[in-house]
Design a protein around this ligand. Structure first.
Ligand code: CAA
Length: 380
């Protein structure tokens, strides 16, 4: 067993740390307050190869491994959590399935421009009445000549307001339940496609999410990803990778909250000494540091398994469950250490805590992660 990063992994981590310090952290509070999409920063992420990190170089990506992806996600999310999820959706939920299941023609059209950040992708599974119960989707796709015609709606779609193409899951055969779901690459300039205004969210406000509407939305048959009926497995397998991205995002948010609290504890004085000298604060910092490291080890293991090409559903769910709940605890303690100041917008402690909450919900709630883990351990 080797806990040392390779030279390439250290380089990508340091590059992302530097980029986040210079280009993301100084703007993150403004983007959050204004609900502003960081268009220029996302363009630069593309130029740095960070929108398709594990996509081979000849397909427009950076050709790196998933440990590098986890490292990059942690650093970028430490600078700005909203930017982190924009990047995670591009890498894990769009480029990864196109790379895995796409035809050569699909890869040409839907991979290179997305992995290089020229265009943006999104992933649409969730519907108003089916979030956790993903097989219950109502959006339908009917084959008609050379086309599929989509009708229905999706909601809470991250990158939805800005996406150029969206990976959409729809029912092609309702009677077959999850075996009747099919995946489609839907360009957002398709006729019959519209989207709502962006959602007004509690956290990760630099990233946009919205509802999508399909009304007689016709797309060419060549835009089907995988075979008819393969959609549910594509959706679930894709989320196994996506959960590594969100767990890494949670790591980055937690580290931002922890480092802020650590610095504040050394500087803030009470009863004649810095509060870091009190055991009550020291114990909080000790727990925060330990939990951060524990989460990182789970994340790296899941990423390592993905690189090895072995099924990692249970390990990804463990990483996502632990890292997201750790993130909420750590950022909440960060507020506690800041006392009253932590509850104001003067300090970033409250933003990190707001950003933490969604990591326990999207790409599968903590409850869903526990179901996936239980299924895994009962099978063993
Ligand atoms: N990989 C491959 N196949 C898988 C799989 C995986 N990870 N998980 C399940 N499957 C297969 C099963 O083997 C089974 O196959 P067979 O029919 O051939 O036996 C089939 O899929 C059905 O499996 P289940 O019976 O376990 O399915 P279920 O209907 O009970 O659902 C669930 C399981 C875990 C609850 C699933 O519905 C789930 O993960 N729900 C949460 C959905 C979710 O995470 N949504 C997030 C939306 S995306 C998002 O949030 C993006 C964003 O904005 C950032």
């Amino acid at each position: 067993m080797d806990f040392q990063l390779t030279e390439e992994q250290r380089q990508v981590r340091d590059m992302c740390r530097d980029f986040a310090a210079k280009e993301l952290a100084p703007n993150a509070r403004r983007w959050d307050l204004n609900h502003e999409f960081p268009r220029d920063a996302v363009k630069k992420l593309g130029e740095l190869g960070l929108m398709g990190i594990a996509v081979p170089a000849d397909l427009g990506g950076a050709g790196m491994d998933n440990i590098s992806y986890a490292l990059a996600m942690e650093e970028i999310s430490r600078g700005c959590a909203g930017t982190g999820v924009i990047m995670s959706v591009s890498n894990s939920l769009f480029c990864d399935p196109v790379m895995k299941y796409g035809t050569d023609e699909q890869k040409k059209t839907f991979l290179a421009p997305y992995a290089s950040g020229e265009k943006l992708g999104a992933y649409a599974l969730t519907e108003p009445q089916s979030g956790s119960d993903a097989a219950e989707i109502k959006t339908v796709a009917v084959a008609r000549g050379d086309e599929y015609v989509l009708d229905g709606s999706k909601n809470f779609i991250t990158n939805g307001p800005q996406a150029d193409t969206i990976l959409v899951f729809a029912m092609t055969d309702k009677a077959k339940r999850h075996k009747g779901i099919t995946a489609f690459l839907v360009p957002t300039d398709a006729k019959g496609f519209t989207r709502s205004k962006p959602d007004d969210k509690v956290g990760i406000r630099a990233s946009g999410s919205c509802s999508l509407y399909f009304e007689g939305c016709a797309i060419p048959k060549r835009n089907r990803l995988g075979a008819e009926g393969d959609g549910f497995k594509i959706a679930m397998g894709t989320l196994d990778g996506g959960r590594i991205g969100i767990a890494s995002q949670a790591l980055g948010i937690a580290r931002a909250g922890y480092e802020l609290a650590l610095a504040y504890a050394k500087e803030r004085k009470a009863f004649g000494q810095p509060i870091s000298q009190f055991q009550a604060i020291q114990f909080m910092l000790a727990d925060m540091a330990t939990e951060l490291d524990a989460a990182r080890l789970l994340v790296w293991r899941a990423a390592w398994m993905k690189d090895k090409g072995v099924r990692h559903s249970t390990e990804s769910a463990m990483a996502k469950l632990y890292a997201s709940e750790m993130c909420e605890r750590v950022t909440s303690r960060g507020i506690q250490i800041h006392g009253g100041y932590g509850y104001t917008k003067e300090y970033d402690a409250e933003r990190h805590w707001r950003d933490s909450r969604i990591t326990e919900i999207y790409e599968g709630t903590s409850e869903i992660q526990r179901l996936v883990i239980a299924a895994g351990v009962l099978k063993d």
